[in-house]
Design a protein around this ligand. Structure first.
Ligand code: ATP
Length: 891
């Protein structure tokens, strides 16, 4: 249908015009005015249609994209007034939408514009037989025809896209221009479709969140409704028992029977059994219906249980009672007064209709009977008596009769047909008690399958509607032959039902479901996986008081059965899916358990390690405490030692040894050598130069920032005091300097006798083999260097004013140093409060001398401890604490 672009584009050029389309072609090419104009009401065209209508870009560009230029005045006379000049009329369609009518549909009001001179010429030329004239006329006609197309495009191009273009208006355009007009319309249509599609997409995008919200709300609401409803039913009991008493029949009235059942209409759940004037026994049931209660009243109480099947729960409704008490009347009813079966299915269809927007339900019906302990399919049209139906257990534990006809039903009429068909096939017979006595148990099974259109959940549930055969006294009913056999089977199966109920009521571990076909079929309905409703039918007649009493007792037993919560039934396919999911979950749980086990092992390991860590921590704490105790003890011992020394010093003060005579003093310059002089009474050590001593502190050679730099530099050469000592006994320590002199010959102390003469600052200490810490109180003090060996035979130096020497160190200096005690946290930083108790240590490397030195008295000092003591100097509060170890404290 798409016109040739070349020919279409060249319609106004010199090439010959294409043959005009036939009317049939035009009709086919014409877009539907409704589709072109009313965008919303028309369905979108198929892709095929769109492709067919798609205009050729070249042709469209040539004809419609460029504004139609007015025809040259010379070639074409002014055309007839364009229809666009007439204002478009607004009309309303059936839906109330506005439509712009641009042309008169019939064309009567606006007659066709008069033909232009060119067109008239063409007509004349066509009429004529001259071919040349004809061609010329055609050319002229082409020029004139373009004008109509232009006016058409102007008219509809300016109008809104919802305007309606009617076919007669299109026919006004001359035939050669029609393809271009159609292309124009096609383009317009395409634009419209584009807009329409965009609007649809936008609308769906806008609506999606709202839809999702509503969907979730709906799902939640449904779930909540189901939960509440189910809760309500369960609160009422999953096995409910209704008692229905039929009216006295005319026959019974004739016989003068009286009612033994009293029902108070205000007491809906109670009845009194009054077999005689003396006896009165109350019975309670979930509801009691009297003779005046009709089918509707009965069903109104039944309907909540019926509705449960639509929510996916299994339901079982059965009627039990003596023969002729109205079981069939209650379940099936009569055509003019239908019973529970019909009404229940009617309700199911009603609910299905109501929920059709969100849930799709399908129903199917099976009807069977248990006759003489055989299952018969009542919907089997072949009515094959030999057909054997057996009960099989499904994988999910439910019972199923394989081969049972399951007839789909789509409406209540269909159901009624099936029920009637089943009832016809049912075994009935006449007894003394009932003209149409049921000789079998009739069971109607309604299968409800549902699919939620919102959540896509599916379910399958059953509703059993059971009309049991009547219990009867064989003697009373007067049956014999086949009827007798039937009665025996009936009584046997009812007895089995009674046993099952008793076992359930007494919560036995074994429930004898398989003792009869009836109980086997109803196993899942009686066993607690469903909602069960039992009608106990009784006769009011005094003639049946025994059977009535028996039925009432049986019903009371049923009522005492405690059902577990009903389970919602799901589709087997869903069950399979859930099983797979359960399997997967179980596998994951197993893995989780393994992981948990590993985690526990790791936690155990962690706990044991923490335990070890805690124990170690405690040990460390104990060790720290012990250390603190030791340190405390050391302090106490030091204090004690200080006291002892102080006491010995005080005692020795009275017998102070004389100073070495002046003549025995060596000149300052000679005391450099530590080599002891030859002679029997003394040995001299030739002191090495200070520079040669490797253990002289570097600080000694450097100017102390506190002291005079010049003086520091001259402190190298100092006199070496000859040390002569008796080995035994050790004299009590006397006032001595605080300098520490090693006892070995190469560690001899060098002292400056004259204060300031040696250039060393006053109070400073020059030692050999002692690392004097710069900045210590001693090092920081000015004045000469004195080294006073301890012992009575040693020279006592004159310190001038001893008060200066014994004065407490400068606090500022103390602040700069950190004592070992402070390092250990035993003393506060910044120096002790009591300067007299201050102590500081000078770390000294003490090499136990193995040199055998001979004193001046000819006594060899071989004991390292003694040699150590020799080097100890004591002065006032500053005292060298004898110590065999490296660390030596000066108090
Ligand atoms: N509530 C009732 N109101 C009026 N008539 C009733 C009522 N119940 C039963 N009937 C009548 O009693 C008669 C016997 O009822 P029905 O056949 O339903 O008893 P049944 O229990 O089914 O007996 P069977 O066990 O022998 O089948 C019927 O004619 C029935 O119409």
């Amino acid at each position: 249908m798409e016109p040739d672009p070349v020919t279409a584009a060249g319609a106004s050029s010199s090439s010959p015009p294409p043959p005009p389309p036939s009317d049939h072609q035009i009709a086919a090419m014409e877009p539907d005015p409704v589709a072109a104009g009313a965008s919303s009401s028309s369905p979108p065209p198929s892709d095929h249609q769109l492709a067919a209508m798609k205009p050729d870009p070249v042709a469209v560009g040539a004809s419609s994209s460029a504004p139609p230029s007015p025809a040259p005045a010379t070639s074409s006379p002014p055309s007839s007034p364009a229809p666009a000049a007439s204002p478009p009329r607004k009309t309303r369609d059936d839906d109330g939408r506005e439509a712009v009518e641009c042309a008169d549909p019939g064309g009567d009001l606006n007659p066709a514009p008069p033909l232009s001179p060119q067109q008239a010429t063409v007509e004349d030329a066509t009429v004529g037989s001259d071919v040349a004239q004809e061609e010329e006329a055609k050319k002229e006609a082409m020029a004139g025809a373009g004008e109509a197309l232009r006016s058409f495009m102007e008219e509809f191009g300016n109008q809104g896209e919802d305007s309606i273009i009617l076919s007669p208006r299109l026919k006004e355009i001359s035939t050669p221009d029609r393809p271009a007009a159609i292309r124009f319309l096609g383009e317009k249509y395409n634009n419209l479709m584009e807009r329409y599609k965009k609007a649809v997409v936008k609308c769906s995008e806008d609506c999606e969140p709202r839809y999702n919200g509503l969907k979730k709300k709906y799902t939640d609401e449904c779930a909540e409704r189901r939960r509440l409803y189910n809760e309500l039913i369960e609160l009422r009991g999953n096995i409910r028992v209704f008692c229905r008493c039929r009216p006295l029949s005319s026959d019974e009235v004739t016989r003068g029977c009286v009612s033994v059942v009293e029902i108070d209409p205000s007491q809906e759940t109670e009845l009194q059994f009054v077999p005689n004037e003396k006896e009165r026994k109350p019975y309670k049931f979930d509801h009691v219906f009297g003779p005046e209660d009709d089918q509707e009243a009965v069903f109104s109480e039944t309907v909540p249980v019926v509705r449960s099947v639509m929510d996916g729960f299994n339901v079982c409704i059965f009627a039990y009672g003596q023969t002729g008490t109205g079981k069939t009347f209650t379940m099936e009813g009569i055509p003019e007064n239908r019973g529970v079966n019909y009404r229940a299915l009617e309700e199911l269809f009603r609910i299905s209709e109501k929920r059709s927007a969100s849930v799709t339900y399908t129903f199917s019906v099976s009807i069977l009977e248990v006759y003489n302990e055989k299952i018969r399919d009542l919907l089997d049209e072949s009515n094959d008596q030999s057909k054997r139906l057996d009960i099989k257990q499904n994988a999910d534990g439910t019972q199923e009769v394989h081969g049972l006809v399951e007839a789909p039903v789509y409406n209540i009429d269909g159901v009624w047909e099936k029920l009637k068909f089943g009832a016809q096939n049912r075994s009935v017979g006449s007894t003394n008690a009932n003209e149409l006595s049921s000789r079998s148990h009739s069971l109607v099974r309604v299968t409800v399958r549902s699919e939620n259109l919102v959540t896509y959940q599916t379910s399958r549930s059953h509703m059993w509607l059971v009309d049991l055969a009547g219990s009867e006294r064989i003697a009373k009913t007067g049956v014999e032959g086949d009827r007798l056999k039937e009665s025996q089977f009936i009584n046997k199966s009812l007895s089995a039902l009674g046993d099952v109920i008793s076992a359930l009521a007494s919560k036995n571990s074994h429930i004898p479901y398989r003792n009869s076909k009836l109980t086997h079929l109803l196993q899942s309905s009686l066993g607690g996986d469903c909602k069960t409703l039992m009608f106990v039918q009784i006769s009011p007649s005094s003639m049946d008081s025994g059977e009535t009493l028996s039925s009432l007792n049986f019903a009371s037993r049923v009522r005492s059965v405690e059902h577990g919560p009903a389970r919602k039934q799901v589709d087997p396919a869903e069950t399979l899916k859930f099983k797979q999911m359960t399997e997967k979950l179980r596998h994951e749980e197993k893995e989780n358990a393994q992981l948990n086990q590993r985690l526990q092992l790791m936690q155990l390991k962690h706990a044991s390690r923490e335990n070890v860590f805690r124990t170690l921590n405690e040990k460390v704490k104990d060790a720290e405490q012990a250390c603190r105790n030791y340190q405390q003890r050391i302090r106490e011992l030091e204090n004690e030692l200080g006291n002892v020394k102080r006491a010995s010093r005080d005692s020795a003060r009275s017998s102070r040894p004389p100073l070495v005579p002046t003549r025995q003093r060596q000149p300052q310059g000679r005391n450099n050598s530590l080599v002891p002089p030859s002679g029997p009474s003394r040995w001299r050590l030739k002191a090495a130069t200070i520079n040669n001593k490797e253990n002289i502190p570097v600080a000694m050679n450097k100017p102390n920032p506190v002291d005079d730099p010049k003086a520091v530099g001259k402190a190298r050469r100092v006199s070496l005091t000859p040390v002569m000592r008796h080995v035994l006994p050790i004299q009590p320590k006397r006032r001595s300097s605080i300098a520490i002199l090693p006892c070995v010959k190469e560690h001899f102390s060098v002292l400056n006798e004259k204060r300031g003469g040696s250039g060393l600052p006053r109070g400073s200490v020059a030692t050999l083999g002692v690392n004097l810490v710069p900045g210590t109180p001693l090092a920081g003090r000015g004045g000469p260097v004195y080294a006073t060996p301890d012992g009575s035979k040693f020279k006592r130096f004159d310190f001038g004013s001893s008060s200066k020497f014994t004065s407490p160190p400068n606090v500022g200096m103390w602040n700069k140093m950190v004592t070992p005690q402070q390092k250990l946290g035993m003393a506060p930083a910044g120096g002790p409060a009591n300067a007299a108790k201050l102590c500081f240590s000078i770390q000294k490397r003490v090499t136990p001398p193995r040199v055998r030195a001979t004193s001046g008295l000819g006594i060899s000092i071989v004991d390292a401890a003694l040699r150590e003591n020799v080097a100890v100097g004591i002065h006032a509060k500053a005292r060298r604490v004898p110590n065999t170890k490296r660390r030596q404290s000066i108090l």
